[in-house]
Design a binder for this molecule. Sequence first.
Ligand SMILES: *Cc1c(COP(=O)(O)O)cnc(C)c1O
Length: 383
Amino acid sequence: MIPYGRQDIRPEDIEAVTEVLKSDFLTQGPAVPAFEAAICEAVSARHAVAVSSATAALHIACLALDLGPGDWLWTSPITFVASANVGIYCGAKVDFVDIDPETFNMSPDALEAKLRDAEAAGRLPKVIMPVHMAGQPCDMEKIGALARRYGIRVIEDASHGIGGRDGATPTGACAHSDIAVFSFHPVKIITTGEGGAATTNDPALAERMALLRSHGITRDPGRMTRPSEGGWYYEQLELGFNYRMTDIQAALGRSQMRHLGERIDRRHERAAVYDAAFDGWPLKRPWQRPDARSAYHLYIVRLDDGFDRGQVFAALREAGIGVNVHYIPVHLQPFWRQFGFGPGDFPSAEAYYAAAITLPLHATLSEADQSQVISAVGAALGR
Ligand SMILES: *Cc1c(COP(=O)(O)O)cnc(C)c1O
């Protein structure tokens, strides 16, 4: 099976991990801050907090913005369930903003209309969480301006997005948001096995997230409420978690970061081959913002009317192509139905879902494998 996504592990990555295994620190050593510094430099953010997963990063990002009971979190229905779940972790309520059918990202127009209604109803969200779907940057300028107008905080779910940019601004620079979050799961752009990071330009948010990552405990005398009782002394200031990233993971991540640009270039080259091959075929190729560079985490096509997505999907799997679908709209998941969501709530998201198929795209996809994918898609579409 040719997978839709796959890690790209090079000999130098293995060496970097081996070095940590021979060192004094497997966790809470120097590799984590070194990885965080590499992220800051690559995405032009002042602070980065590396954690055990993007889900953990989204959770502590929400907590750092004081999302809690009585508050609303709004995100996109076309995302991985974790984006919405973290709102429930915080005891908040969650709602969705429909997507733009062209970009697959949260529609700024739908957001504007929903904010107007929410203001009238007295239920504005505390936090909105746009998702850079497939690595394609959202229109953060518009979303950020709306958030500022209504006094709302913004977390970018940039799980797909590291290495992308909007104009000259890297995804994760937080130019129009409070916090951005990356995932380092093996199918994403770079990997640490499991892992994630939150970036921000606000030192207070960075400090709060660092505290929440490790049980709410500080050893910083400047933050303690009482004089130190000795060299062993630490204080727990609030309820945190063990969301730490190990040094083993961070060394892998730091090594992977060295070729971030090249990895994105490879994805664009492969995407261009698909684009050329599918010219005139009965499908829509993924739209690309002219003034932005997608990280190209996923290559998603939408089948034209008249094709049954289920049948085409099954034929491609049968042919050994590891196609996938990103994503089943979150509001249609059984868990989310208890909050009153159902079919018809977010029509653009549902129409997108009915026609979408993710084709294999990753930095190590060979030309031969890609040709096989293209032939199989042709056969499935009767070409
Ligand atoms: C992968 C992903 C997550 C969760 O990432 P983990 O690192 O697996 O926790 C969250 N949001 C989106 C959009 C993702 O694709």
